[in-house]
Design a protein around this ligand. Structure first.
Ligand code: FAD
Length: 143
């Protein structure tokens, strides 16, 4: 059963871009092995992650992730059975907070600072899709 889980969490103090790089590398390796696709957003203060794959694999991965000391206070925003993957091209795509996409974070936020915990699940998914579209667009734009 194809399942999508979206959660957010707080970044532990002291966690740097370098830690996020290492999280991503490990995620991409493990997720490729486990048939999981998805996207990870890091804003500096928060993580927002989408995991898609077989229900058992998504569960197992999520439970491993929540025990990770590099973040805290995980909150599941949505879990649903899906017909198709949204992020199938990525074993774990990275969506950082950049000058190119700050407007997009603001577009979906009621508050001035981006807080995924306060967004409805359908809005979070729409935002993730738009971030991915923008990332694709930027990567196909000549420098
Ligand atoms: P190892 O890499 O050998 O790790 C063994 C143990 O050490 C684990 O408990 C691990 O959490 C801990 N550990 C390793 N490095 C550090 C470190 N630098 N600081 C603190 N503890 C550490 N993993 C995935 O497989 N897929 C994902 O999509 C994924 N997404 C993540 C998203 C976030 C926001 C975070 C914080 C972590 C994510 N991880 C993900 C990593 C996950 O939490 C585990 O660290 C990883 O899956 C363990 O891989 P492993 O079984 O090969 O063990």
């Amino acid at each position: 059963m194809l399942t999508r889980l979206i959660y957010c969490s707080k970044v532990r103090p002291g966690v740097t871009q370098l830690d996020v790089k290492s999280i991503l590398a490990k995620s991409q390796m493990n997720n490729a092995r486990d048939g999981i696709s998805g996207a990870l957003v890091f804003t500096g203060g928060a993580f927002l992650q989408c995991l898609e794959g077989d229900r058992a694999a998504v569960n197992e991965t999520y439970h491993r992730i929540v025990g990770d000391a590099r973040h805290a206070e995980p909150i599941i925003l949505s879990v649903e059975e899906i017909g198709a993957r949204e992020f199938g091209a990525w074993s774990m795509g990275y969506l950082g907070y950049t000058s190119a996409n700050t407007g997009l974070f603001f577009k979906y936020s009621a508050a001035k600072t981006f807080d995924p915990d306060r967004l409805p699940a359908r809005v979070v998914l729409a935002m993730l899709k738009e971030l991915v579209d923008q990332a694709h667009l930027l990567s196909s734009t000549p420098a």
